[in-house]
Write a protein that binds this ligand. Structure first.
Ligand SMILES: *Cc1c(COP(=O)(O)O)cnc(C)c1O
Length: 487
């Protein structure tokens, strides 16, 4: 991304020091009186709070979670969002252009990831992928029950009857969410929607648990008096691996149509793999993981991750505006009626009524950097992830995860922006994340793999530079592994 040349902030601290944190915590104001006034508050925020915030966005060496960063164009736009403080809920074309900007931004997102905006009629910005998952599953819940009812020659919708009555009318006892390696937010979404954590059922391939087992899935779809939502983990958060291939998607679409199921894709950060050049063999595995996503019913994505806009911003795309409108219509508030037009009022197609103008930073990013800027940014991130993976692969101390049988395809070619690994020595492995983060030069997240502690890098910042960052990372890994060589 061209903006990378103008700012070299990767040397900003990854984390504040413990003493900065202690000082800030002990200096927090706990009483309303006396008020500090604006100038005093500016001082307080600048000198006490800011130094104790982490570098998840500002540093290119923060590899925890999947946080993304914020490009200069997005930061500029986000400040404007605050200054103008638009409430983007009702389409009011004679009063503000905000809803049109949102619609244009969503069109550009579709263009970028090669999904036809004419087909993806229900598009909205959310607060993040969790919210997008709730939104997508809410649409799925509505669809599978009304489809089951229609197949029983009756009518039922959750939006008017409520879940229990609609299920009774439709002759459904159970709604199941069939998935592999789901993000935790999928279970949360199931709870919020009255389906329950236990409705999320694992139908993964036992030999490759990130992948859907289509046979197990079809068996589950055949359960009597059950309605199903299929949820695809499109780049799983621990390993970055993809649940499906293009061929699977064709098969899944056929199964979904046959059994009246809804096909939801959680592509929080996986979606951007669609922008990678198809003529580059090094990306073939990644491209396969996002192939034929246009066959899904709904797709959840995050903008505050790989799109590199500030928190909080997610995306929901669905091909069923009628379902989205049935679920989210804000009823009986004539003062919120919009002008009829081509842009649906956001309050009738998403969870929130009053909403931040979070479309603007996405719009600014896409306008500023275009396709080539985003491709460059992602290629840099993948190159760093693969640089780390390659170092780990050649190391006698660490092991790249998930393990692959020897002789199978080059494991580097499946690395997207996440590198999952462990230390071979279990004592080192138990303290690995702590030791890496204690250097405060880089920051990684701990997780579990096959029941054992594991460590992961997530590369998601626009400032990523293989040249500058890889040496620092290798230096840290060498330091924490010293004394453990040749176990
Ligand atoms: C991050 C993530 C989520 C949750 O997104 P939030 O933006 O934190 O709400 C859901 N699914 C996947 C695969 C993710 O990586």
């Amino acid at each position: 991304m061209e903006a990378a040349d103008s700012t070299p902030p990767s040397d900003l601290p990854v984390l504040p020091s413990i003493s900065q944190l202690d000082l800030a915590r002990s200096s927090l104001r706990r009483e309303l009186v006396p008020a500090l006034g604006f100038a005093g508050t500016q001082q307080h925020l600048t000198h006490v709070i800011a130094p104790a915030l982490n570098g998840n966005s500002q540093s290119s060496r923060y590899y925890g979670f999947v946080t993304g960063g914020a490009t200069p164009a997005a930061v500029f736009a986000d400040k404007m969002v605050t200054d103008y403080d638009q409430n983007v809920q009702v389409h009011l074309p004679n009063e503000t252009v905000a809803t049109d900007v949102e619609a244009a931004a969503l069109d550009l997102v579709c263009q970028l990831v090669e999904l036809d905006p004419k087909e993806w009629t229900h598009r909205t910005f959310t607060t993040g992928a969790t919210s997008s998952n709730i939104n997508g599953l809410a649409c799925g819940r509505e669809y599978v029950i009304s489809t089951a009812a229609a197949r029983n020659n009756t009518k039922a919708d959750v939006s008017s009857l409520g879940l229990m009555a609609a299920m009774r009318v439709a002759g459904i006892d159970d709604i199941q969410i069939l998935t592999s390696a789901p993000h935790s937010s999928l279970r949360k979404a199931a709870s919020v929607l009255g389906l329950g954590h236990d409705s999320v059922k694992d139908v993964s391939d036992p030999t490759a648990p990130h992948r859907l087992d289509l046979e197990a899935l079809e068996n589950a779809l055949q359960s009597p008096r059950a309605a199903s939502i299929i949820a695809i983990s499109c780049s799983e958060v621990n390993s970055g691996l993809f649940a499906t291939t293009g061929k699977d998607m064709v098969q899944l679409r056929r199964l979904a149509d046959e059994y009246g199921a809804w096909l939801h894709v959680d592509a929080a950060f996986g979606l951007l793999a669609r922008i990678l050049p198809s003529d580059e063999p090094a990306y073939a595995q990644l491209k396969e993981g996002v192939e034929s996503l246009q066959l899904a019913d709904s797709i959840a994505a995050d903008a505050h991750k790989l799109f590199n806009v500030p928190y909080d911003c997610g995306i929901l795309l669905s091909r069923h505006l009628d379902v989205g409108t049935a679920v989210f219509q804000n009823p009986g508030a004539p003062y919120l009626n919009a002008a009829a037009g081509s842009v649906p009022s956001p309050l009738n197609i998403g969870i929130e009524n009053s909403r931040r103008f979070r479309a603007l930073p996405v719009y600014a990013n896409l306008v500023a950097y275009g396709r080539s800027g985003f491709v460059n940014m992602l290629e840099n991130q993948i190159a760093l992830a693969r640089g780390i993976a390659s170092y780990i692969q050649s190391s006698s101390v660490f092991k790249l995860l998930p393990e692959v049988e020897s002789g199978s395809m080059d494991p580097l070619s499946r690395v997207f922006i996440i590198v999952l690994f462990k230390a071979i020595n279990s004592e080192l492995n138990d303290t690995l994340v702590k030791k890496i983060n204690a250097t405060r030069k880089i920051y990684v997240s701990g997780t579990k793999h096959a029941g054992q502690p594991a460590c992961r890098f997530a590369i998601s910042n626009w400032q990523t530079s293989v040249e500058k960052d890889l040496a620092v990372i290798i230096d840290v890994l060498e330091t924490v592994s010293s004394g453990h060589n040749k176990q």
